[in-house]
Design a protein around this ligand. Sequence first.
Ligand code: FAD
Ligand code: UQ1
Length: 439
Amino acid sequence: MLLTRSFLLCRSSQLAVQNAAFSTTCRAEKSYQLLVVGGGAGGCATAAKFSSKLGKGKVAVIEPADMHYYQPMWTLVGGGMKKLEDSGKPMSQVLPKKADWIKQRVVSFNPEQNTVRTEDGQDVGYEYLVLAMGLQLNYHQIKGLPEAFETPGVCSNYSPLYVNKTLASLENFHQGNAVFTFPATPIKCAGAPQKIMYISEEYFRKHGKRDKANIIYNTSLPVIFGIKKYADALWEVVKARDITVNLRSNLIEVKPESREAVFQNLDQPDELTTYEYEMLHVTPPMSTPDVLRECPKLVDAGGFLDVNKHTLQHIKFPNIFGIGDCTNIPTSKTAAAVAGQVGVLRKNLSMAMQGQTPRHLYDGYTSCPLVTGYSKCILAEFDMDGNPLETFPINQGKERRTMFHLKKDMMPPMYWLGMLNGYWEGPKYLRKLMHLGMK
Ligand code: FAD
Ligand code: UQ1
């Protein structure tokens, strides 16, 4: 019912779009100069910036969750290096004090009227809207998986519901296949499905079980990683550590009774391969949240918010901007990318608010700290054209202990104190400083 209403609201006349884009008159009970949907990494940072600039009562965040999680920590939680409790804080503590928190879920968008509707039936109005809704985890799309999560050995670092099962699966591992998957959709942190595999491999070695474990990485992608420099380094790692990699191999079914996982060869769809597993780490298919994906005025054919990849402004509605995982910016979806986008959004949205045309350009900066065990990490950093864009004047394609500590010890405070308060806009200036005097 709600979805039907959302669809109808989103399908109102195109003409009204242009006319109402900057209209501040709407039929909402409450209205804000800036409304942010989503209080995750991008939404929280954006609200912090603008509520301190515009003052109390001008900015609101619509976010239903009680907890805000620092998701990058879940890789370490799965490996037993951090606790799940260390990765979350109450939403009330992280959302900026000067912004109103509307603790609701958005159930429909009406961009012609500059309103959104929340689950309790309220229409909230805006002059400017920032969508920062992240990605939805579609575990249910894999046959048998929801039931399989009720059984031992099936785990996933992608959800706070299942991440503690990863360490339990390692502890209880006796012998057999440890299978790690990568789905056939865009995902957040494309390195995370294999980071936990390297951690697991080291765990088995440390605990005398390595010779009992057959480690298999089944990925839907045609490559181990999208950027050649880091892919070359990762092929060396898998070779040295005796890990089997199957490309174009997509998990379609889990059979918990027989402890089997069924994979489809994406190049020959009739070819199915079944693996018995002792441990199965699943990275689920992902999409934007249904309410956004089903709003054709706002999204592209793939269901992602349709923004200009450089300015972050919506293609059709100039008073709407997007940030983070829910957008169709063609770069790897990470918190590091969100940090890079925050600075561009701050400048461009401020320009739009002053009636100017946004002209600051995002370069697609993103980073994936490819943790390869309990003390090593390859710090991948690159732009949206796939070129390495490294902060430090050393070869970041190498596994390093320093990068591991950057990921494990430095990034969490940088996120909670810097990024969520709107102060960390990525390492652009650090990179320039580090490369002073170099070509
Ligand atoms: P999110 O932070 O996911 O926030 C989206 C928010 O929108 C949520 O709070 C959600 O409740 C809200 N929302 C959704 N639907 C609605 C609705 N209908 N109404 C209102 N609100 C809604 N990134 C890195 O940079 N480095 C890493 O090492 C790294 N490792 C990762 C490892 C794992 C296991 C995972 C899961 C992620 C990792 N990431 C990493 C990725 C990073 O966490 C995300 O890219 C980042 O959080 C994206 O920020 P966002 O604001 O776009 O979305
Ligand atoms: C980063 O900025 C960031 O966002 C806060 C991350 O997410 C947690 C990262 O993992 C990384 C690596 C960066 C980039 C930061 C530096 C200092 C290279």
